[in-house]
Design a protein around this ligand. Structure first.
Ligand SMILES: Cc1cc2nc3c(=O)[nH]c(=O)nc-3n(C[C@H](O)[C@H](O)[C@H](O)COP(=O)(O)OP(=O)(O)OC[C@H]3O[C@@H](n4cnc5c(N)ncnc54)[C@H](O)[C@@H]3O)c2cc1C
Length: 365
């Protein structure tokens, strides 16, 4: 418990935001979450939609179209995930891999029963403002912050603000108050990812996922092969017709970058064709499909991970966390948020992992 409880706004309710918010709340601070989306999860995302093949039938569909899974190698994150598994929040997933897939050894984990579920659990009953795009931060005379949601000041003031979002979005909010941080954030490149979600007839090979080492596809996974998706107590009713199979197909970063501005129909056609060329899928027929272009999927690298896993400025009352600071991927988002919360809960300027970055550090990166 910190000696001086503060009012803290956490902007962004992906894993970094909800992890920071939960830890700050448990440290005795009064936290409010803001997210521009309708729900939590950010890039740990499941698309829910429906497919109506004819007037009599409508099938609910669910696609894990953001992070399809994650690994836990850092001891602290691995410990958190083991604890989460005992509560059923996450589960290991060992898909049968297609021939010639990239080799992998680490255990894959998925949130249960969908990818945002881990963030929903962590957010719990914390105050959450949904569909609330933060367009600016305003300093209050005497200290503290006002949060502008769609250009309008949100009621009340905050002692501190956490930005938990991809670097380009953080940079826009940092520009007026921490221009050096904004400039450094803009330097962090994120890879794009074109993703196709499709319902097929006759797409039931003897494997659940493919990670080809060549060609446009980086990852393809049969939906429902992840643990918990079709469990009887899954009241989201994600089961589909038994003669069809639902797949998420994700393009490689290089292919996505090359085709970033192509129209969705052209991209889908290319990725579906590449998918049908995978082993055992020659007869697969597309019944329904849609696509999503992630401009920011994963950071190309995390230049300050370990050395400066979260950025904090106590005098200004500003903190920044996210996967691009903690290390690439879900694990990095959690580590970054935890470092920020440790610093602000212990009020320990020497707490490991976070720092008040100096211009020299940015120059060295
Ligand atoms: C296609 C794809 C594949 C991936 N594959 C993997 C993988 O295999 N393994 C792995 O570990 N990771 C993977 N990832 C990355 C992983 O999803 C992220 O590292 C992690 O979820 C990042 O969490 P975060 O909280 O830092 O950011 P985010 O999840 O991006 O959360 C940021 C939140 O901030 C909100 N926001 C942004 N700007 C504002 C604003 N101005 N006002 C209010 N809210 C705002 C957003 O709506 C979002 O909810 C993948 C991601 C994608 C998209």
């Amino acid at each position: 418990m910190t000696s001086t409880p503060m009012h803290i706004a956490v902007v962004g309710a992906g894993l970094a935001g909800v992890t920071a918010a939960r830890a700050l709340h448990e440290g005795g601070h009064a936290v409010q979450l803001f997210d521009k989306s309708r729900g939590v999860g950010g890039r740990m995302s499941t698309r829910r939609t429906s497919w109506t093949p004819d007037a009599q039938r409508e099938h609910a569909l669910a696609f894990d179209h953001g992070a399809p899974s994650f690994t836990a190698t850092d001891p602290a994150f691995a410990g958190f995930i083991q604890d989460a598994a005992t509560f059923g929040w996450v589960a290991p997933w060992a898909p049968r891999m297609a021939p010639a897939s990239r080799a992998e050894t680490a255990t894959r984990w998925v949130a249960n029963p969908d990818m945002p579920a881990l963030c929903r659990r962590l957010a719990g009953e914390l105050p959450l403002h949904r569909s609330a795009t933060v367009t600016g931060l305003a300093r209050v005379a005497g200290g503290g912050w006002q949060v502008l949601v769609d250009q309008v000041a949100h009621p009340g003031t905050f002692d501190r603000v956490v930005l938990a979002m991809p670097p380009a979005q953080a940079a826009a909010l940092l520009q007026a108050h921490a221009p050096t941080w904004a400039m450094a954030a803009r330097e962090v490149a994120m890879t794009p990812c074109w993703t196709v979600m499709a319902v097929f007839h006759q797409a039931a090979p003897e494997w659940d996922a493919a990670a080809p080492s060549t060609g446009p596809i980086a990852w393809a996974a049969r939906q429902g092969s992840q643990p918990g998706r079709d469990a009887p107590d899954n009241d989201d009713n994600t089961a589909t017709a038994s003669d069809t199979q639902n797949w998420v197909i994700q393009a490689s970063a290089a292919w996505s970058a090359q085709h970033l501005e192509d129209d969705a129909a052209t991209v889908s056609a290319a990725l579906l064709q590449a998918f049908q060329a995978l082993p055992g899928l020659a007869a697969a027929e597309v019944q329904w499909q849609t696509s999503h272009r992630w401009r920011y999927s994963v950071p190309r690298n995390a230049p300050w991970a370990g050395e400066c896993t979260a950025w904090t400025d106590d005098a200004l009352g500003l903190g920044v966390c996210g996967d691009w600071l903690g290390g690439v991927g879900v694990e990095g988002a959690w580590l970054s948020a935890q470092a920020l919360a440790d610093a602000w809960c212990d009020a320990d300027p020497a707490a490991p992992g976070h720092c008040h970055p100096s211009p020299a550090m940015f120059e060295a990166a």
